[in-house]
Design a protein around this ligand. Structure first.
Ligand code: PGA
Length: 253
């Protein structure tokens, strides 16, 4: 099965309205009609409206960086999945390592958030990945397996059809240290093996696994050439129109 590539720009906590509008407008012009791959912009909540407007009428989709597991309630500072959907988002990142590290998110809380996202008709981008310490201790695959087992607990394969996975080795995020294609492929393959074992052949063949961690215009092509790498989740290099456009237009020929 050929999986449709998915390139997503996670803007993290960057860009004020005018900058967000400029970036989204430039990307709309450069890659707005790309239709053989999915392109997603994931700005902070406050600039969702302006980005939504800038990409209206293009093939680019909108996403949010996080969402709460409850649909409403007394959770000051939080944003619920139905609110995110109403704001025009199609995707929502869940369990980014920065949220796990700074905001105490766990595999169990991610599981609840994935449920809430699916209930709101959002496509979750579930992030997993090991620390440098875990990699050096030879624990990478065990860590990944636990993140999958706990994060995806209690779902039937069919329910997870909208899911996107993102393998983001923590030591490669924002550090300029990219995983080699071999390192990425090894883990992506292990993720697909896990999917096959726990969710079946069809889910394993169909679910997309993005790589994230210092993806740049000059390394995207080799990463995307890996058999089990189906896209990229891009931080720093998604903040400049030319560099993200080049990433979107990766070429593995
Ligand atoms: P980076 O971030 O591309 O800046 O390394 C990736 C991410 O955190 O999703």
């Amino acid at each position: 099965m050929t999986r449709r590539p998915i390139l997503a720009g996670n803007w993290k906590m960057n860009l004020l309205t005018a900058e967000a509008k400029e970036l989204a407008t430039s990307l709309a012009a450069q890659v707005g009609d790309v239709n053989d791959r999915d392109v997603v912009l994931i700005p902070p909540y406050t600039t969702l409206p302006v980005v939504r407007e800038a990409i209206a009428g293009t093939k680019i989709a909108l996403g949010a960086q996080n969402g709460h597991a409850e649909t409403s309630g007394a959770y000051t500072g939080e944003v619920a999945m139905p609110m995110i959907a109403e704001a025009g988002c199609v995707y929502v990142i869940i369990g980014h390592s920065e949220r796990r590290q700074y905001y105490g998110e766990t595999n169990a809380s991610c599981n609840a958030k994935i449920k809430a996202a699916l209930a709101a008709d959002l496509k979750p981008i579930y992030c997993i990945g090991e620390t440098l310490e875990q990699r050096e201790a030879g624990e990478t695959l065990a860590v990944i397996e636990k993140q999958l087992t706990e994060g995806l607990a209690d779902f039937q394969a069919a329910e997870l059809e909208p899911l996107v996975l993102a393998y983001e080795p923590i030591w490669a995020i924002g550090t300029g240290k990219t995983a080699t294609p071999e390192q990425a492929q090894e883990v992506h393959r292990a993720i697909r093996d896990w999917l096959q074992k726990h969710l079946g052949e069809e889910a394993a063949a169909g679910l997309r696994i993005q790589y994230g961690g210092s993806v740049k215009p000059d390394n995207v092509d080799v990463l995307m050439a890996c058999a089990d790498v189906d896209g990229a989740l891009v931080g720093g290099a998604s903040l400049k129109a030319d560099s993200f456009a080049r990433i979107v237009l990766f070429n593995t020929d």
